[in-house]
Design a protein around this ligand. Structure first.
Ligand SMILES: Nc1ncnc2c1ncn2[C@@H]1O[C@H](COP(=O)(O)OP(=O)(O)OP(=O)(O)O)[C@@H](O)[C@H]1O
Ligand SMILES: [Mg+2]
Length: 218
C-alpha cells in the first residue's frame, strides 16, 4: 500500500455524546477517543455543553457560577436549551455536514436527567424543549460513563477544592444519585443508542470499551 494512503483523511458524519455524573471521566475519555480516531485518519470535532460556542460559553458561566444559587429550575432549563440551540445550529450541524465525527461532552440527555429527573421538571416539558433546541438532531451513539457517586465526586475533589466546586458539583449527594439513576434508566429505555460504560476502572480499560462501541457505529 502506498505510504500516502496511511495519511488519507477519512470522512464520516457521526455524532457521539458523552454523559455521566460529575467526575465520571467524560473529558478524559473524550481526549483518548479523539486521539484514537484521529490516528485512524478521521476528522474529529470535540465540543461541550453547556457552551461549545462563544454565546453558549457566556450562558455556561451563568449556569455554573456557584453564586447563582437563586436560579430557578425553569430558568435553568431554558438557559441550557438556549445554549443547545446555538450549539446545534452554529457548530454541530455544520460539522456533520462536513462529514466530521462530532463528539460532545454532554447534550440533550443531560437535560432529560438533570432537569427532568433530578430537578423533577416534567418529562413532557424537557422532551419538548429538547426537540425544539436540537431541531430533532439525536446522537448516533451516547456513552454513559457510570461509576458510584462517591467515586465521581471524589475524583472531582482531588482536582478542585470544595470551596471552588461549581453550582452543580456542589449539589447534595442525593441529587447526584438521582442523576446516576436517571442515566441508567435512560439507557434501559433506549438500548440501541445509549450504552452504559463501567467507568470505575483504569482509564485505559474504559477507553478500550468505548472504542469498541464507537467502531461498531463506523
Ligand atoms: N478511570 C479513572 N480513574 C481514576 N481517575 C480518573 C479516571 N478517569 C479520570 N480520572 C480523573 O478524575 C478526574 C475527573 O475526570 P474528568 O475530568 O475526565 O471527568 P468528567 O466526567 O469530565 O468531570 P466533570 O463532570 O467535572 O467535567 C480528573 O482529575 C481525571 O484525571
Ligand atoms: Mg469534564
Amino acid at each position: 500500500m502506498p505510504k500516502l494512503w496511511l495519511h488519507e483523511v477519512q470522512y464520516m458524519s457521526l455524532f457521539i455524546t458523552f454523559e455521566g455524573i460529575e467526575g465520571s471521566g467524560k473529558t478524559t475519555q473524550i481526549t483518548l477517543l479523539k486521539k484514537a480516531l484521529q490516528k485512524k485518519g478521521y476528522s474529529v470535532l470535540i465540543t461541550r455543553e453547556p457552551g461549545g460556542t462563544v454565546i453558549g460559553d457566556q450562558i455556561r458561566e451563568v449556569l455554573l457560577k456557584r453564586q447563582n444559587k437563586k436560579l430557578v429550575p425553569l430558568a435553568e432549563l431554558l438557559l441550557y436549551e438556549a445554549s443547545r440551540a446555538q450549539h446545534v445550529q452554529e457548530k454541530i450541524q455544520p460539522a456533520l455536514k462536513k462529514r466530521k465525527i462530532v463528539i460532545s461532552d454532554r447534550y440533550s440527555d443531560a437535560t432529560t436527567v438533570y432537569q427532568g429527573v433530578a430537578r423533577a421538571l416534567s418529562t413532557e416539558l424537557t422532551d419538548k424543549l429538547n426537540r425544539i433546541a436540537t431541531e430533532n438532531l439525536k446522537p448516533h451513539l451516547t456513552l454513559v460513563l457510570d461509576c458510584p457517586v462517591h467515586m465521581g465526586l471524589g475524583r472531582v475533589l482531588k482536582r478542585t477544592s470544595s470551596s471552588h466546586l461549581d453550582r452543580i458539583e456542589q449539589e447534595k449527594i442525593s441529587f447526584h444519585r438521582k442523576v446516576r439513576q436517571g442515566y441508567l434508566r435512560l439507557a434501559k429505555k433506549e438500548p440501541h443508542r445509549v450504552k452504559v460504560i463501567d467507568a470505575s476502572g483504569p482509564a485505559k480499560q474504559i477507553h478500550s470499551n468505548i472504542l469498541q462501541q464507537v467502531l461498531k457505529k463506523i
